[in-house]
Write a protein that binds this ligand. Sequence first.
Ligand SMILES: O=C(O)CCC(=O)C(=O)O
Ligand SMILES: [Fe+2]
Length: 319
Amino acid sequence: MSFSSLPIIDLKDDESTIVKLMLNACSTTGFFYLRNHGLLDAQQRMFTLAKEFFRLPLNVKEEHLITKDNHGYVRRGQENLTTSTAKLIDEKEAFNIAKYFQSDQLPTIFAQPDNYQFILQFQQDCYALCMALLTYLAQSFQVDSDYFTSRHKWEEKSADTLRLLHYPAVQNYSDASIRAGEHSDYGSITLLFQHLNQSGLEVLDRSTNTWYPVEPYNDMLVVNFGDAFEYWSKGFIKSTVHRVAMPILDTAKENERFSIAYFCHPNDSTLLTPVPSKLILNRTFEKDAHAKLALDHENEETLTAGEHFQRRINKTYTY
Ligand SMILES: O=C(O)CCC(=O)C(=O)O
Ligand SMILES: [Fe+2]
């Protein structure tokens, strides 16, 4: 398992293989490719809808600006992800769809009945896929198979977000430009759908401080673990730092980028206390520089997933 060739997990493999590979992936790279996930057609339709939306004039997109509940349109410069001291502006725009969205909180093209139904279904399918992965992961950790899913109940509040992202085409940029600043995700797992031929995503090997590309493939999505798992596993699972770099400029090539992320989060009230797994029983959490920056807080009290999420977004958003 290495950052230069990320693990591939095939959902058509047998259970024991998946369980073994998950354990390996989560404790080494924190990122893996997922094959046979069942969302290929839906992913295409979601990209088509996202493109239609982002082509609209800014004033139309701004009709549903992001609100404190993390739902709505994020215009350029509103969310800057870098956790390092250099404050870079993310050259991107996004539309976040919160867990219990209503059609009147959506732009007209998303609110049309068939598109609305489709988005609801896509959100449900992403959630269901995350629950399947969390069930395998519980087996990898040798805890009750519903240990993680019982902390991700659909009917309980959480920060789950379906997010459409657009990185506009660029003709030139400076050293200080970035598409998405380096960060780790805040929740439990993230599904990332990359558009074919639109590179830029990179992962950081924290032990050597080296960045590696995560190329898009048409038949695989990308899965990564977030901060909740780094807490839950006392650092055994890596909430891997990633970013989206600026494209290599080539006048013959289009360089805009679209991506779609489903951020799965534990229910807001879930405590980020270690999993009762013998794999981590005797482990002490030795935080590296990123973990200190992202996970440490003023007092020793255990955070809930909801508190951690709020603390993280308070640092990256300007409303
Ligand atoms: O657009 C991408 O590929 C990654 C986006 C991302 O990492 C994020 O929004 O958390
Ligand atoms: Fe991310």
